[in-house]
Write a protein that binds this ligand. Structure first.
Ligand code: FES
Length: 166
């Protein structure tokens, strides 16, 4: 259990957030405030960071669902899988991939289409044609972007790119 020695989780290197490789680490939270299995939002300027204490360790990414940007910090975490509170999409924070597409359907990160959710045993649901249905159909689940994490002196530190000047 990572309770006593919280550690950063490995993440897919190709999904590292642009600008974070050379960014300085900033202390965002006491490690004790993020027990195993918990989610927290920490805001820095106009960036909302999601800290997740997964079964593989601590992950930092944007606190925006990769579907329609709902705050994942008020979702549920089970192992490495975070469930979004808005359309029940489920995403594996270890891989960055959806493990359950949103109930609204739409596009996987690679562009494949997934239909609107239909309750078990029913005819496939037909989304009422129109602009909103088209928007749902064309909404592509983005890929997570990860920020490097370290735990130093009991503080969770995250490498965040500098905020652009206004
Ligand atoms: S906003 Fe998260 S699943 Fe739709």
């Amino acid at each position: 259990m990572p309770t006593m020695n919280p550690r950063p989780a490995p993440f897919p290197r190709h999904l590292q957030a642009p600008g974070s490789a050379d960014a300085p680490f900033e202390a965002l939270l006491d490690a004790g405030e993020l027990p195993p299995g918990s989610l927290r939002r920490v805001s820095r300027a106009d960036v909302d960071v999601l800290l997740a204490h997964t079964s593989a360790g601590i992950v930092a990414t944007d606190d925006r669902c990769p579907h329609m940007s709902a705050p994942l910090s008020i979702g549920e975490l089970d192992g490495c899988v975070v469930a979004c509170p808005l359309h029940d999409g489920r995403f594996d924070l270890a891989t960055g991939e959806p493990v359950q597409m949103p109930t609204t359907g739409g596009l996987y990160p690679d562009g494949r289409y997934h239909p609107v959710w239909t309750p078990g045993g029913r005819e496939p649901k037909v989304d009422t044609p129109g602009k909103k249905a088209e928007a749902r159909r064309l909404t592509r689940v983005r890929r997570f972007r990860y920020y490097p994490v370290r735990v130093l002196d009991g503080r969770i530190e995250v490498a965040l790119p500098p905020v652009p000047e206004p």
